[in-house]
Design a protein around this ligand. Structure first.
Ligand code: TNX
Length: 500
């Protein structure tokens, strides 16, 4: 069966995010069938199973992976090549993650200088799959040369307000891979629940794993769950960035460990959705040991180089005590050998060069962020009006918040990362991240409906150079891509801004 979008727009290559160069070449699609096999040797072999698994799922048949290329038609070849070339001919050489895809009548070839480039090329290949009139499938003939604009292309998921399980996280990793994203930021702790097992502090999950917004069911990831999520991400080129939100957003911790409160009496669990009221106490003796235990344990189970420590909305902390607490947190991150990531508020504290500051509220004065960047921090852009995909796409939408206004598809698309923070040196922009908070988002289907198609818009802002981006062009490509979401059983929001 032909996807309706694909059939209606045979001229549009449904590539999202927009590649640097893409040409549809003449001729029938490369047939996918019994002769289809993935050929991957050496360093490319690590990517073979991803490509074979995905092609196999689209075809409904097993696709083998072979190390040798016998030259027969039907091969999908993955090859590591020394750069440059994949960038489509710029002189600057290839940034990490660049790739080239060529599909002709005989075979498909994906070439890149690194495995991540092969993974991005594999996602492009996946978007070139087309249903053929005989009921089979093929790959559109095309030549694509592509490279990312930013190195940090993230998706954030809040599993603290409502827990979302490993199966949902895997579905998101599949979507993130398909859009060439490379970070999954998991917001693991907040006032309403604690979602990651910490071996040295078992009460965090024993007690606060059970709570969630509105008394809904809780849940948490074990150390083994997190390892499995990271492995699934790594196969797709996605680094998991765990967040332990400190020194605010800690009611679940204070409830599990009463010694963290000044009178030692602890606090009741919290299941509302107010923010900003809870805090650690710099002068409570148990605080420093708690921060050390938790961050050392979480660092030890984190495969990537980043540890996100939150730092947002500690509204009941004076500036002085906030800075002392962030210094304690930053020291533990350094001791654990990780790079600190924090929300924009941490820019007011002293940070090691190379730390990452994540901007979220651009109604605030962001001069401290620009100052931190001049001292060596790098900046991730998640302006709520553009990238907070927990905000309703339009008034009256059944789930979502609207404190930042509504975020329609075009709002998520038409903005420029370099313009968000006044005075920010352009080289300080690490990238872009979309955020999904879950105060009102309970189910997998709600998660996906909030993300699609708006995540595709944010992904294109993160990946594609400004000169490659235009709304009408994006609208046509995303409409051509949507049938693949239907095919994969992913619910999505039919934005009225697109002619689906
Ligand atoms: C602001 S973004 C928050 C979160 C909320 C979110 C809801 C940030 C650093 N803090 O605690 O969940 O708004 O949109």
């Amino acid at each position: 069966m032909s996807g309706p979008g694909a059939a209606a727009r045979p001229d549009v290559l449904p590539l999202v995010p927009a590649p640097r160069r893409a040409v549809a070449t003449p001729g029938d699609p490369l047939h996918l069938g019994a002769a289809t096999r993935v050929v991957a040797a050496g360093g490319a072999a690590a990517v073979g199973p991803l490509v074979a698994g995905r092609l196999g799922a689209r075809l409904g048949r097993e696709v083998p992976v072979r190390a040798d290329d016998d030259g027969r038609p039907g091969a999908v070849v993955l090859r590591l090549v020394p750069g440059p070339a994949a960038d489509g001919g710029t002189d600057a050489g290839d940034p990490p993650g660049a790739y080239r895809v060529t599909v002709d009548g005989a075979r498909a070839v994906v070439e890149a200088a690194d495995a991540d480039g092969l993974r991005h090329g594999a996602a492009t290949l996946d978007q070139l799959v087309v249903r053929t009139p005989d009921g089979g499938a093929g790959l559109r003939r095309a030549e694509v040369a592509d490279a990312p604009r930013f190195g940090w292309r993230g998706l954030h998921l809040d599993v603290a307000r409502h827990f979302h399980d490993a199966a949902t996280v895997r579905a998101l990793l599949d979507v993130a891979w398909s859009l060439r994203l490379n970070r999954l930021h998991l917001h693991l702790t907040d006032d309403q629940g604690w979602r990651i097992e910490v071996p040295s502090r078992p009460r965090l999950t024993e007690v606060s794993g059970a709570t969630a917004v509105d008394g809904d069911p809780g849940g948490f990831f074990t150390v083994a769950d997190l390892a499995a999520i990271q492995a699934y991400g790594a196969e797709r080129g996605i680094t998991v960035v765990p967040e332990i939100d400190l020194p605010g957003h800690v009611n679940a911790a204070l409830h599990a460990y009463p010694e963290l409160t000044p009178d030692g009496a602890g606090v009741p669990p919290y299941t509302g959705i107010e923010v900003g009221f809870s805090r650690l106490h710099a002068d409570v003796p148990a605080t420093a040991a708690f921060v050390r235990d938790v961050l050392a344990d979480v660092a030890a189970m984190t495969e990537g180089p980043y540890l996100h420590v939150g730092g947002d909305e500690a509204l009941t902390l004076e500036a002085d005590e906030y800075a002392r607490l962030v210094a304690i947190v930053a020291e533990e991150v350094r001791r654990a050998g990780k790079t600190l990531v924090g929300w924009q508020e941490v820019a007011r504290a002293r940070l090691a060069p190379g730390s990452l500051v994540q901007v979220w509220d651009d109604r605030e004065d962001l001069s401290a962020v620009a100052d931190a960047a001049r001292r060596g921090a790098r900046v991730i852009l998640s302006p709520a009006r553009r990238t907070y995909l927990d905000q309703k796409p339009h008034a009256g939408f059944p789930v979502g918040l609207d404190w930042a206004g509504t975020v329609e598809l075009r709002d998520a698309y038409e903005w420029e990362p370099a313009d968000v923070v006044p005075g920010l040196p352009p080289a300080a922009v690490a990238g872009v991240e979309a955020a999904l908070w879950t105060e009102t988002i309970r189910t997998r289907d709600e998660v996906l409906t909030m993300l699609l198609p708006r995540l595709a818009a944010v992904a294109e802002v993160a990946w594609s150079e400004p000169g490659r981006r235009s709304w009408p062009d994006f609208a046509a490509r995303v409409a051509a891509l949507a049938p693949t979401w239907d095919e994969a059983g992913l619910p999505w929001y039919r934005s009225p801004q697109v002619d689906w």
